[in-house]
Every structure is written in C-alpha cells, then in structure tokens.
Design a binder for this molecule. Structure first.
Ligand code: 13P
Length: 252
C-alpha cells in the first residue's frame, strides 16, 4: 500500500528567521493519522539548522539537488554523503529548473540519482514536459526519455527506494495546474512504463504531482489512483498553505 508523500521544495527562498517560523508552524500543525509523510527541502545553507528543528518531529528533511561526485575538486558542489551527514533522507534530482537553467542532462540526472542512492538517500526524480511539448503531443515521449535515462543507468529495481515526481513545466509557478485527469493520465503512463520492467515494483513506487498544487486543488489531485503526493513550491512556503495540502492527504 502506497502512502502519500507531501514534499515542500522551498527553492531559493527563506532565511534563518523565516525558516524557523515556517518549520515550527508545520510541526505544530501536522495532521493526526497515518498514511502520509511530510518532507521539507530547504536550500543547502539551512539544512543543518532545519534538521535540528525537525528532530523528534514527524517531518523529514531533503535537499534540492546533489552532486553526482562523491568528493574532490568540485567547487560549489555538495556530495550525497554530506547531505546524509546533516540529516537528509531525500534529495530532489532533475528538477526542470536544474535541467533548463543549469544545463543538467538526463544522463547527468541519472548519475545523481545513482550517487544519491549509493549514499543512502532517497532520490525524488522529476520528469515533465514543456507547454510546447504538450501541445505537440510529445508528453509521453519526453517523459519516457527522462525516465529511460535513469532506468538504463540504475535499473528498475533501484526504484524500490526512489520516488518519481511528475512536474509539467507549464504548471510550475504559473498558477496553472494540470487537471486531476491530465495528471492521472501521465502518472498512469509512468507506472505502466515501470511495470514493463517490474510490475510488482511499479505498483509500489510513489509518484508525486508538482505544479501549482495548493490546498484547493490538492483533494482532487490526491484522489486520483496513481497520484501519491505532491512536490510543492509556492504553497510550501507558508505553514498554513502546506498544511492544507497535508490535511487533504490525511483525509483521503
Ligand atoms: P509550484 O508549486 O510553485 O508550482 O512549484 C512546483 C515545483 O516546481 C516543485 O518542485
């Protein structure tokens, strides 16, 4: 049985004071019940402080990116083992902003996925199409290419400890959300693609939706059979907004 994962990707936002307020608000409002898990992914400099604040709570910690290298002369990079050291359990890899703005290729994303897992982190692999690609009818082709790059590097079995996030680029930070049916179609496709390798494993993989998820649209999205949570940007920066999504998951 898959549980929901409600993950906040803070992106490049926050500061000591704002983070402390956000985290204490989230901890204080974690809904009762089980069947869901909450996760926050702050920027690198704040990971240790947020880890300390989360200690003993039910909220997990993740990072937003990671190097594919384990150590050495890689100025400005952060190794997977370092993320483990400061208490991260998860790391986002292949976010569309990393792909588009920082030139990460699917092959590099696959290396990051592999390195993260080798260090004991659970990678959250982001895939998703642009508006042009959707309008050209290329959504599934784009997703397949992004997914297959990782599948061929790590094998399907690696997804036993991996998460996938479907993030349509056109829905990120735009206020436009995929309809529950549009998202479900792609989630179902992703699960079927994995099932071609291993049906049992595919049935267990968490597939999150990301792209302007908020309290109002979360119940519809999370009710879909193949949507197992959310990767949330804007609405993860305010405790009440993030918790509204968490409550939607807790109530399903
Ligand atoms: P928004 O929720 O702000 O659209 O961001 C989604 C996202 O990119 C999460 O990784």
């Amino acid at each position: 049985m898959r549980e929901f994962l409600i993950a906040g990707n803070w992106k490049m936002n926050g500061g000591n004071e704002a983070n402390a307020e956000l985290v204490s608000g989230i901890i204080a409002g974690v809904p009762d019940g089980d069947g869901f898990r909450l996760l926050v992914c702050p920027p690198f400099p704040y990971l240790a402080a947020v880890a300390a604040q989360l200690a003993g709570s039910k909220v997990a910690l993740g990072a937003q990116s990671v190097s594919e290298h384990s150590a050495g002369a890689f100025t400005g990079e952060t190794a997977p083992s370092m993320l483990r050291d400061v208490g991260c359990e998860y790391v986002i890899v292949g976010h569309s902003e990393r792909r588009a703005l920082f030139g990460e290729s699917s092959e590099q994303v696959a290396e990051k996925f592999k390195a993260a897992q080798a260090a004991g982190l659970t990678p959250i692999l982001c895939v998703g199409e642009t508006l042009e690609e959707r309008e050209a009818g290329a959504t599934e082709k784009v997703i397949d290419e992004q997914l297959d790059a990782v599948l061929s590097a790590v094998g399907a079995a690696a997804f036993a400890t991996g998460v996938i996030a479907y993030e349509p680029v056109w829905a990120i930070g735009t206020g436009m959300t995929a309809s529950p049916e549009q998202a479900q179609d792609v989630h179902c496709h992703i699960r079927e693609r994995l099932a071609q390798h291993d049906a049992e494993l595919a049935a267990d993989v968490q597939i999150l939706y990301g792209g302007s998820m908020k309290g109002e649209n979360a119940p519809g999205l999370l009710s879909m059979p193949d949507i197992d949570g959310g990767l949330i940007g804007g609405a993860s920066l305010k405790a009440s907004d993030f918790l509204a999504i968490a409550r939607a998951a807790a109530e399903i």
